[in-house]
Design a protein around this ligand. Structure first.
Ligand SMILES: Cc1ncc(C[n+]2csc(CCOP(=O)(O)OP(=O)(O)O)c2C)c(N)n1
Ligand SMILES: [Mg+2]
Length: 552
């Protein structure tokens, strides 16, 4: 029986477990679109390819399976590149399928031609082009394998249009079965136990690279039994239940100085997943391996990541789930000598959560976050993009279940709205709330149209301070009083939301937020609440004027 290349492709996606795809149509992949006509694979059509790619990225974060994104050549692919970059930095499995020009015209810079291997070469985990329809089963199977193995990441597959429309008789590949990550060697665990036996101030930081809810439960049990406080790496706050007595807080932007001190002074630092990147190390200043007082243990499924930034005392190449299960089974090692350590570290976390400063203006973001903490159930999903508004979310929200946090470790503005749409498509029964800045929101705010069309009742909170606040903050620190390029004259966000058919409301005082939130969550359609905040309220700790006068 013959099928078109496009049909073979869609059949492979379905048999490897894809149930949702996100994309913008293009004439370069009509044969794929046609195959979707009769396939059990729902295509969510977006208004910009960055929206589609970030929705697929969110799907990958939530399911551990590659999110599928379909775009056209040239401008479609470059628009989608934002989501590819985030999937790379965030270690998220993603499959970007790009319609490509016909094979016979390659190399003439034909209409919208790009060489995807060159364009995505430094951005994706693997880039390929399928030039023969007979090889679609083989190469799509490999794409699923590469996206999910070791350190997960994005795979880009270019699909020449004449290959997609050609007819072939080829068998399907066997369904993709994710590899169980390697188990740690026995000697590794013995050495870990040896290091813990001597440790007085150990600390674990948990990060990306194939996390699961079970990994989080095992890590919490390990940390509690061994009396090792456990911090979350940047935007990995849902990895371990924040109510665990071992939870020590978030090694992210605006880090609690008490946690920064704990990282700097840890005598044994355990990085469980993660890459020890710039944010959790506060600009590569907190981790000090080689200092006689700090020993670094790095566990990662990809041996190439171990030692990539810092030399390790002990590197353990293992799947995080397998490592956490084995670590949980270890007998306590030196834990009695660390009595009081967990209570001290968790106490600091709780103090940081409870401590609020009254900032200028009648709407306090700390009160907004306290309302979300009280009102949202544990399974609610919280998304955000990039900007100072996200610091309140990271400081004043608590996570109890994995996966419920979708934030760009890449720091990409505009991530929150598409992530929320993608999350609601995966989990229609769970509340999904996006926290956005006024600048951040308008990078992808038009995906409200997708939410309305697909009947995905997300709630978007737009924190409006009429500026690119983060950059203004840095300006005041480095060039006090010289404001350039950071003021924003915004549209009427409530009218904007209503124009899409979404619910829109404006909140200007803390006391009005709970009722507005209830209404938005209960309205049964996408909703936007504009939170109008005082521009002076730039961080939970300092006002703009205070930053300026400290720098002048
Ligand atoms: C795609 C992208 N462009 C630019 C930046 C640089 N940047 C980081 S935060 C920021 C301003 C964010 O403004 P807004 O969303 O209004 O949040 P605020 O800081 O005002 O709370 C900018 C421009 C970025 N991180 N991502
Ligand atoms: Mg702003």
């Amino acid at each position: 029986m013959t099928r078109t290349g496009g049909q073979v492709l869609v059949d492979q996606l379905v048999l490897h477990g894809a149930d949702l795809a996100f994309g913008v149509p293009g004439e370069s992949y009509l044969a794929v679109l046609d195959a979707l006509h009769d396939a059990p694979l729902r295509l969510v059509v977006t208004r910009h390819e960055s929206g589609a790619a970030n929705m697929a990225e969110a799907y990958g974060k939530l399911t551990g399976r590659p999110g599928v994104c379909m775009v056209t050549r040239g401008p479609g692919a470059t628009n989608a590149s934002n989501g590819v970059h985030t999937a790379m930095q965030d270690s998220t499995p993603l499959l970007l399928l790009v319609g490509q020009i016909a094979r016979e015209t390659v190399g003439r810079e034909a209409f919208q031609e790009l060489d995807y291997r060159a364009v995505f070469g430094s951005m994706a985990k693997w880039v390929t082009q399928i030039d023969r329809a007979e090889r679609v089963p083989e190469l799509i199977a490999r794409a699923f394998a590469v996206a999910t193995s070791g350190r997960p990441g994005p795979v880009v597959v270019a699909l020449p249009e004449d290959m997609l429309s050609s007819e072939v008789d080829v068998p399907d590949a066997p369904p993709h079965r994710p590899l169980a990550g390697p188990a740690p060697a026995e000697g590794d665990l013995a050495r870990l136990a040896g290091l813990l036996a001597q440790a007085r101030a150990p600390l674990a930081i948990v990060g990306e690279g194939g996390w699961t809810a079970q990994t989080g439960a095992d890590m919490a049990a390990f940390a509690e039994a061994q009396a090792v406080p456990v911090a979350a790496s940047f935007r990995c706050q849902d990895y371990v239940d924040n109510a665990s007595p071992a939870y020590a807080g978030h090694a992210g932007l605006g880090m609690d100085p008490a946690l920064a001190k704990r990282i700097r002074e840890a005598d044994v630092l355990l990085a469980i997943g993660g890459r020890l990147g710039e944010i959790p190390t506060a600009g590569y200043t907190l981790v000090r391996p080689g200092a006689p007082t700090q020993r670094l243990v790095h566990v990662h499924p990809d041996p190439d990541e171990i030692g990539a930034v810092y030399p390790t005392e002990l590197g353990i190449a293992a799947g995080l789930e397998a490592f956490a299960a084995a670590a949980r089974a270890l007998a306590p090692s030196g834990a009695e000598a660390r009595a009081g350590l967990l209570a001290a570290a968790h106490g600091e976390y709780e103090r940081n959560l409870a401590q609020t400063r009254e900032l200028p203006g009648p709407l306090q973001m700390s009160a907004v976050m306290a309302t979300l903490r009280d009102r949202l159930p544990d399974e609610a999903i919280l998304t955000n993009g990039a900007g100072n508004f996200s610091v309140w979310a990271h400081r004043y929200y608590e996570f109890h279940r994995f996966p419920t946090q979708l934030g760009p470790r890449s720091g990409s503005m505009g991530y929150g709205v598409p992530a929320a749409v993608g999350a609601k498509a995966v989990h229609p029964d769970r509340p999904v709330v996006c926290l956005a800045g006024d600048g951040d929101f308008l990078m992808t705010g038009q995906e409200l149209a997708t939410a309305v069309q697909e009947e995905l009742a997300i709630v978007v909170l737009v924190v409006n301070n009429a500026m690119y606040g983060t950059i203004r903050m840095h300006q005041e620190r480095h060039y006090p009083g010289r404001v350039v390029g950071t003021d924003l004259r915004n549209p009427d966000f409530v009218a904007y939301a209503r124009a899409f058919g979404a619910h829109g409301a404006l909140v200007e005082r803390s006391e009005d937020f709970p009722a507005a939130l209830d209404e938005a969550l209960g309205c049964g359609r996408p909703a936007l609440i504009e939170l109008r905040v005082d521009p002076q309220a730039i961080t939970p700790r300092q006002t703009l004027d205070e930053i300026r006068s400290a720098a002048s």
